[in-house]
Design a protein around this ligand. Structure first.
Ligand code: BZD
Length: 833
């Protein structure tokens, strides 16, 4: 093009293809070409978004040859393939991550500089796909990164929501939700596949008949058919040529949709039907526990599951052949129960469409699925009313009944006369309105079940799925969660990544996180400690700048400890315990303004489910306490409180590097694993935490002396609950606790309004289901110890270095290898381009 003078350097590397070349000159030329030919712009008139798109296409081009090659290798070698079925993928921005995984982050940055581009501004321009709520959705994204990196052939299946998780803004201290319009400016990372499309049926009735050979058959006559269209996103592994596929389905009215034939004269009705079809992939449900009975949610689940299973069958028939070997080609991992209907769907397709007898179909189905549980909270276990199922998925209900009938026969045979056990294990909860227990369907239909941290997996066996464990203990596993160090160290914290690489002498740790152990020998080295601290302070400064701009709070990165709790707002996660500590410190300072204390910035981030009143009130409380403290000159030199609006992957990447202290304070036994705990610790934060979820394993790894432990154990919690927990006694038995709670109700934080926070304080005093009051004193004592240690920098830095050095276990690469070896039996398949 003529807009920019051709680069002489670019001409010098002529043999390099402009779409694949990795040299600086090629990248520059490709960037200018893309800006011109794809965006139709030259530099002088390009908008920031044009500049971003040109960068995205330049990077995407470099993934495509690897993608095609991977597909070829996987196909010709008939590779056993993992299909990850997840209703959520919380991917985060692609551009920086893909640059890192391609290994061209540095050269691209230099190319950008030479083109006079503001590299950071380009990265900031990307709108992240927020197709998930929290930990579960982010785990799916980390696993996609690791699957490619450890070279496991895999397809991630999910939903291409038009609106992802809402954007959070804070108004007058309250959370306000804004719709997330991530597709507004187009998505350069996806490739639409209009020809890969499947019909999905809903409603109607079934017909039982006999075929020409007098075999009993079933026909499902639906009253609605929509179509699912594939949108593919390449997922490149780090430092390898493997590119896996993330295939997300968009709901559309079927192609055969015919206004004339189906809706004679009813034009309006026809348009309505089209809209109804498209509604199915419109919006992500923003609850991180299932809201009972939402018909559209069940439609969404079945929608993506049906498309995915049909796609797997198509792939199998195209490559391997007979469906009898389906389970040898594919393993399907169910990410919680959201895709559990897949068990019935595969049965239906094998029997009704492919004429397989029940026993054969069942053997294949059972051999195909594995199920990951992510919660023990009873209110978070998914059930669907039989009535809704009958209306929406009549054929699946029949199949579920039949699965249940055969399964309960087995139970009866095994436990003669134990009808209570039969009722407990049934796929149908008969108590108070019949409901289908999706977790039971997943367990019965899967050959392996796993929890996401050691404690959680134990509790699954002893409580939630005890009966199932007794019947088939060999099917129960633990795979402790992990997170990808590419996004959560290399991309988020380049300064720390650089320092680690320097200390280790190479960057092998990025693919083998156990290499971080090399840092251990330097933990006491004052030289490293000083640089370690510099890196942390620089990240804190970046965060402080951002928070000043976006939350209007000024924090001092030099003197203040950054104490951060970032996660979904939930009573069991106990953000209010954190707030009680802040109020205690505040009161101490007010009583003794000369108290020499360690300055702290208390930073929060997290979204509340829009319908979860108590969680929203906790946000309001945090912001109200912030307002009082930050404006009180008597204390605000020592403590400040900030709420980061719109905690998402992108903003998380600002928080993790900047934390000195990571708050992981859920009630023991409630947090299945947690993954934020790992992200913080990997970035050198020390953890204050309970013996819950993966905290236990983090503490084991980093050493008890490098972890701030407090609170009851899961066993103590259980005992207290059975003995009868009385929060009232704690409230009256600890005058500081009482005075902290009373300060909330006094109206100090609510401009004199004594009723605003009542629902919260009353609930604590009278019910306190997550035992905040019981752990209060232990938490405060622990926090005092933390402040003391923070005042001894050499000790703190040593602990911080050791935390990072011992985080090898928490790479999602390790998790994926465990799944691959112990559960999936899938071998890595390297790709050589
Ligand atoms: O899954 C979370 C758990 O609470 C964490 O302890 C765990 O670390 C992660 C990953 O295993 N669960 C969720 O995030 N759950 C949801 O987001 C969710 C979403 C929709 C419906 C139900 C739950």
């Amino acid at each position: 093009n003529t807009a920019v003078a051709p680069d002489t350097e670019a001409q010098a590397v002529a043999p390099e293809h402009t779409r694949t070349g990795m040299s600086k000159a090629s990248l520059k030329q490709a960037y200018i070409d893309n800006l011109f030919y794809i965006q139709g712009r030259f530099r002088e008139v390009a908008t920031p978004h044009d500049l971003y798109m040109a960068a995205a296409f330049t990077v995407r081009d470099r993934m495509l040859d690897r993608w095609v090659k991977s597909a070829q290798v996987y196909k010709t070698s008939h590779s056993r393939t993992l299909c990850y079925l997840s209703a959520e993928y919380l991917l985060g921005p692609h551009l920086a991550n893909n640059l890192v995984n391609l290994g061209i982050a540095e050269v691209a940055k230099r190319a950008g500089e030479e083109l006079d581009l503001d590299f950071n501004a380009i990265l900031e321009e990307e709108e992240e796909p927020g197709l998930g709520n929290g930990g579960l959705g982010r785990l799916a994204a980390c696993y996609m990164d690791s699957l490619a990196t450890v070279q496991i052939p895999a397809i991630g299946y999910g939903i291409r929501y038009e609106f992802g998780i809402f954007d959070q803004i804070i108004q007058d201290g309250w959370q306000v939700e804004r719709s997330d319009t991530w597709l507004r400016n187009g998505n350069p990372w996806e490739i639409p596949r209009p020809k890969i499309s499947f019909p999905v049926m809903y409603g109607g009735h079934t017909e039982h008949y006999r075929d020409h050979a007098e075999r009993p058959r079933v026909r499902w006559v639906p009253d609605m058919v929509i179509s699912g269209v594939a949108f593919d996103t390449p997922v490149l592994g780090y430092g390898v040529d493997n590119v896996n596929l993330l295939r997300l389905w968009k709901a559309e009215a079927p192609e055969s949709f015919d206004f004339q034939v189906f809706n004679v004269g009813d034009y309006y009705g026809a348009v309505h039907a089209k809209i109804e079809a498209e509604t199915i992939s419109k919006v992500l449900y923003p609850n991180d526990d299932p809201e009972a009975g939402k018909e559209l949610r069940l439609k969404q689940q079945y929608f993506f599951v049906s498309c995915s299973i049909q796609d797997m069958i198509r792939l199998h028939l195209n490559t391997v052949g007979p469906l009898e070997t389906f389970h040898e080609k594919f393993v399907a991992q169910l990410n919680d129960t959201h895709p559990a209907i897949a068990v019935a769907e595969l049965m239906r397709l094998l029997m009704d469409d492919h004429e397989m007898p029940w026993d054969t179909a069942w053997a294949i189905t059972r051999a195909t699925f594995c199920y990951t549980n992510h919660t023990l909270l009873p209110e978070a276990l998914e059930t669907w009313s039989v009535g809704l199922f009958e209306r929406l998925l009549p054929r699946h209900l029949e199949i579920i009944y039949e699965i249940n009938r055969r399964f309960l026969d087995e139970v009866r045979m095994r436990y003669l006369g134990d009808e209570e056990r039969v009722a407990r294990m049934s796929l149908i909860d008969e108590a108070g309105g019949r409901r289908i227990r999706m977790a039971h369907l997943a367990v019965v239909g899967a050959r392996a079940v796993n929890g996401v941290a050691a404690l959680h997996s134990e509790l699954i066996k002893t409580t939630l799925l005890k009966d199932f464990y007794e019947m088939a203990p060999e099917r129960f596993h633990n795979v402790t969660n992990g997170v990808t160090p590419r996004r959560f160290i290399v991309v988020s914290n380049p300064r720390l990544a650089g320092l680690i690489t320097e200390m280790c002498g190479n960057d092998r740790w990025i693919r083998d996180l156990e290499c971080l152990r090399d840092l251990e020998t330097h933990a006491d080295d004052p030289g490293l400690q000083a640089r370690w601290r510099e890196v942390k302070t620089a990240a804190k400064s970046d965060l402080a700048v951002w928070l000043k701009q976006h939350a209007g709070v000024v924090l001092d990165p030099q003197t203040m400890m950054f104490d951060i709790q970032a996660k979904r707002l939930h009573e069991y996660k106990r953000q209010h315990l954190n707030v009680l500590h802040i109020i205690r410190v505040y009161q101490r300072l007010k009583q003794n303004p000369n108290l020499g204390m360690t300055p702290r910035a208390f930073i929060f981030g997290g979204k509340a489910a829009p319908g979860y009143y108590m969680a929203k009130l906790m946000i309001k409380l945090i912001n109200s306490v912030a307002e009082v403290i930050n404006n009180d000159p008597q204390v605000n030199g020592y403590i400040r409180v900030a709420f980061m609006p719109d905690f998402n992957v992108k903003n998380g990447q600002r928080l993790y590097p900047a934390a000195d202290l990571s708050e992981q304070i859920s009630l023991a036994g409630k947090e299945a694993s947690g993954t934020g705990n790992m992200k913080f610790s990997m970035n050198g934060a020390l953890t204050v935490g309970t013996l819950d979820g993966a905290n236990i394993e983090i503490r084991e790894e980093v050493g008890a002396e490098n972890f701030f432990l407090f609170g009851m154990t899961a066993e103590e919690v259980r005992r207290k609950q059975t003995e009868g927990y009385r929060p009232w006694d704690y409230y009256h038995g600890d005058h500081e606790l009482k005075s902290d709670i009373d300060l909330i109700t006094s109206g100090l934080f609510s401009h004199g309004d004594t009723s605003l926070f009542r629902p919260l304080t009353d609930h604590l005093i009278n019910n306190d289901p997550f035992m905040v009051l019981a752990d209060y004193r232990a938490y405060l004592d622990c926090q005092d110890r933390i402040s003391e240690v923070y005042d001894r920098p050499a000790e703190w830095d040593r602990m911080s270095i050791l935390n990072v050095a011992r985080m090898g276990k928490f790479s999602s690469d390790r998790s994926i290898r465990e799944y691959a070896e112990r559960i999936w039996s899938i071998e890595p398949k390297p790709i050589g381009v």
